[in-house]
Design a protein around this ligand. Structure first.
Ligand SMILES: Cc1cc2nc3c(=O)[nH]c(=O)nc-3n(C[C@H](O)[C@H](O)[C@H](O)COP(=O)(O)OP(=O)(O)OC[C@H]3O[C@@H](n4cnc5c(N)ncnc54)[C@H](O)[C@@H]3O)c2cc1C
Length: 411
């Protein structure tokens, strides 16, 4: 169980019997809940069906970093300008929703810092700052001294910050979106896995059925409902850990401003604190056998080393989740059939981007043409040799580590 799910919430009732709605949303993560909330605010009748509990999937297993950009691609590489604008405003959208609906989720819009591990990465940071600043974003280049002062960690070459980013408790945020949606009239059913979806549209669960004009499939890497869709992305398992709470003295040295940090290494190094001063970080495995036991300890050792914390308290929570990853790390909206859209692949940016994607999907449900959305509509395209290529992000990790090491030696 993730740190965030350790605090229970009252369950929502399973679907019973037959219901109708303008829009059916399948999946109760950020994408589905944001779609439902925005669609209800646009005047639609909406039902959400979630197979397990709200935020059972990646939305309940992430690190809570709110990051308003793309993992690999910069604005000038994207020809579809509305997609860039959507990402640019996505963290502001999250924090605005939190304020507007008074969602208690330990949200702090303190900024997201990306330290540069090499001179080449610092040059890319300068270019990123130029591109996002040109769009009016609060992006700033940071010197080596500034990064050391803000993170409490020496060794990076410099970096940049987007001050519209920040941190949340992701499960509390998702539950808050669900409550806001319910207040707006949405009917949300947990423990209601859709087992069949027939044109018309008619969705079947163990104890009920929903008839809807339009359907949004927001099942991300956790769904296998639509044949072939799960071959159109890589399901990447990512591990997260949270230590026991750290003493205040350390908290005053590390990240005194309360930001979240993801550096530029290919074998990404991330850290943040939660509201109780637990240190949170993540990592990946190469070999899945024994990974649940091994990887959290590897992350713990890396935290001790990089943050110079020889007395780091032990882990209190360790968990993993599946992210749906595209080779270009860009989100996807796929038209599976008339009246049926799937939205997924917000990768490591899903808190901000899935929330923003949900607003787009809601506008489609309210009548906007799918071709006019900020995320260009596509057809589902199975990735070549998926059974093998899906292993690539894990198998390439040692090579990434080697290249990171070579980068730091070179510059
Ligand atoms: C370990 C990890 C760390 C991450 N860290 C960050 C981070 O710090 N910041 C960030 O922005 N992003 C992060 N991400 C990515 C982010 O969490 C995701 O992009 C985002 O949560 C995706 O939301 P979603 O709603 O699309 O999908 P999910 O949250 O995966 O929701 C899909 C839901 O669909 C439900 N479902 C599936 N099939 C059915 C069915 N047949 N019937 C009904 N329901 C069904 C599932 O139960 C699930 O609840 C991380 C991801 C992982 C895995």
């Amino acid at each position: 169980m993730s740190l965030w799910h350790a605090t229970p919430a009252p369950p929502l009732p399973a679907l019973q019997g037959r219901q109708e709605a303008d829009l059916l949303v399948i999946g109760g993560g950020f994408a589905g809940l944001s779609t439902a909330l925005h669609a209800a605010e646009a005047g639609l009748s909406v039902i959400v069906l979630e197979a397990h509990l709200i935020a059972h999937g990646a939305s309940g297993r992430n690190a809570g970093f709110v990051v308003p950009n793309f993992a690999k691609v910069d604005p000038e590489q994207i020809t579809h300008r509305p997609l860039v604008d959507m990402a640019a405003g996505s963290a502001d959208l999250v924090f605005d929703l939190i304020r507007r609906h008074a969602i208690p989720c330990d949200a702090v819009q303190s900024g997201w810092i990306q330290p540069s591990h090499s001179d080449a990465a610092l040059a890319r940071a300068a270019s990123r700052v130029r591109q996002w600043s040109a769009l009016g974003r609060p992006a700033e280049l940071l010197t080596k001294a500034q990064v050391t002062e803000m993170t409490g960690v020496p060794g990076w070459k410099g970096g940049w910050i987007d001050r519209s980013g920040g941190v949340v408790n992701p499960v509390a945020y998702a539950r808050g979106l669900a409550q806001a949606a319910i207040r707006a009239g949405v009917r949300i059913h947990e423990t209601s896995a859709v087992t069949a979806l027939a044109p018309g549209w008619r969705a079947t669960t163990a104890q009920g059925e929903v008839q809807a004009r339009r359907v949004v499939l927001a099942t991300n890497a956790y769904g296998h409902l639509w044949p072939g869709l799960d071959r159109s992305f890589f399901p990447l398992r990512v591990f997260q850990v949270a230590t026991q709470p750290l003493p205040l003295s350390i908290r005053q040295r590390l990240l005194p401003g309360g930001q979240c940090v993801s550096d530029t290494r290919r074998n990404l190094f991330t850290f943040r604190f939660d509201a109780a001063n637990r240190l949170i970080s993540g990592g990946m495995h190469v070999i899945s056998w024994g990974a649940d036991r091994r990887v959290p300890q590897t992350i713990h050792r890396r935290l001790m080393r990089v943050l110079d914390l020889p007395d780091l308290p032990p882990l209190e929570h360790a968990w993993s989740g599946l992210a749906s990853v595209m080779p270009d790390f860009l989100p996807r909206v796929v038209e599976l059939a008339p009246g049926l859209l799937a939205g997924f692949a917000c990768n490591g940016r899903g808190i901000a981007l899935s929330t923003a994607m949900g607003r787009e999907l809601a506008s489609w449900a309210a009548g906007r043409d799918a071709g006019d959305l900020a995320i260009p509509r596509q057809r589902a395209k199975p990735l070549p040799l998926h059974a093998l290529s899906r292993l690539a992000p894990n198998m390439l990790l040692p090579l990434s580590q080697l290249r990171d090491w070579a980068d730091t030696r070179g510059g």
